[in-house]
Design a protein around this ligand. Structure first.
Ligand code: NAD
Length: 260
């Protein structure tokens, strides 16, 4: 699977799944943009991928900030001639029962996952339409795009909604050669998940080992975590797939936790 000279923006790429996708895309020949909240953290990842800066660049982009998203996308287009791939991946998790959830926390999560996906997809679509080469948009969903878990109301709501966004992009983008798909991972041991193991243990009054065995991996076929490499290889497949045969879909990567 080849991404030679494709330009790919990956949001939330200073850590976890996004960083692995950027590394994998670069190894497949892409020029990658590490877009994340803090420029220095993004720069660390960009340097690790290509210290010369010719094939990896860091951009400070809070995905909830319309001006930053548009300016960051424009800077990439100006430097490398247009965006071919967007991975809308930045995200957070908040663990709380609905009755205890602060409205501000609900809005903060929805802003990053839903507004952030809208703003980054809109900027990428505008650029792809302008340069006329089409492109691939990948949105990071989750098994929680299809299933619910207690204590994750805003996350489950946003992740379900992203499937709708990807379907609309697939329909509106088709005439311009823009494809859009959602990746739905099971639990992956990134900082986002490491943080919630003790939080879930406290909320359910169980041990951390029980959170892993009886909540996170309970419904997988083999009791194993999904890996960052599993997700990155799926992203590579979807980014390199170049016909509209595969658009408006969601692909679950979860060791069988969720089966469609
Ligand atoms: P992570 O915490 O390792 O990385 C998330 C990155 O997003 C961080 O670098 C963070 O700085 C960045 N970020 C947060 N808010 C941002 C904002 N407003 N603007 C720009 N960047 C921002 O987490 P991860 O596990 O790699 O998660 C990446 C994506 O994968 C998220 O959308 C998450 O919901 C999704 N996901 C994760 C898992 C999992 O088990 N880890 C499972 C399914 C889906």
């Amino acid at each position: 699977m080849n991404l030679t000279n494709k330009v790919a923006i990956i949001t939330g790429a200073a850590s976890g799944i996004g960083r692995e996708i950027a590394t994998t895309f670069a190894a497949a020949g892409a020029r990658v943009v590490i877009a994340d909240l803090a420029l220095d953290a993004a720069q660390v990842t960009a340097n690790a991928i290509d210290p010369s800066g010719e094939r990896a660049m860091a951009v400070a982009m809070n995905v909830t900030d319309e001006a930053q998203v548009d300016a960051g996308t424009a800077a990439v287009a100006a430097r490398w001639g247009g965006v071919d791939i967007l991975v809308s991946n930045a995200g957070i998790q908040i663990i709380s029962a609905i009755v205890d959830l602060k409205y501000d926390d609900w809005k903060r999560l929805m802003a990053i996952h839903a507004d952030g996906a809208f703003l980054t997809c809109r900027a990428a679509m505008r650029d792809m339409i302008r340069h006329g080469r089409g492109g691939a948009i990948l949105i990071m969903g989750s098994v929680h795009s299809h299933e619910a878990s207690p204590l994750k109301a805003p996350y489950v709501t946003a992740k379900h909604g992203l499937i709708g966004l990807a379907k609309v992009i697939a329909k509106e983008g088709a005439a311009h050669g823009i494809r859009s798909n959602v990746i739905c991972p099971g639990f992956v041991r990134t900082p986002l998940v490491e943080r919630q193991i003790p939080e879930q243990a406290k909320n359910f009054n169980i041990t951390e080992a029980e959170v892993i065995k009886n909540i996170m991996l309970k419904d997988t076929v083999d009791g194993e975590f999904t890996t960052i490499a599993d997700v990155a290889q799926t992203a590579l497949f979807l980014a390199a797939f170049d016909t509209n045969a595969l658009t408006g879909q969601s692909i679950t990567v979860s060791h069988g936790w969720h089966m469609q």
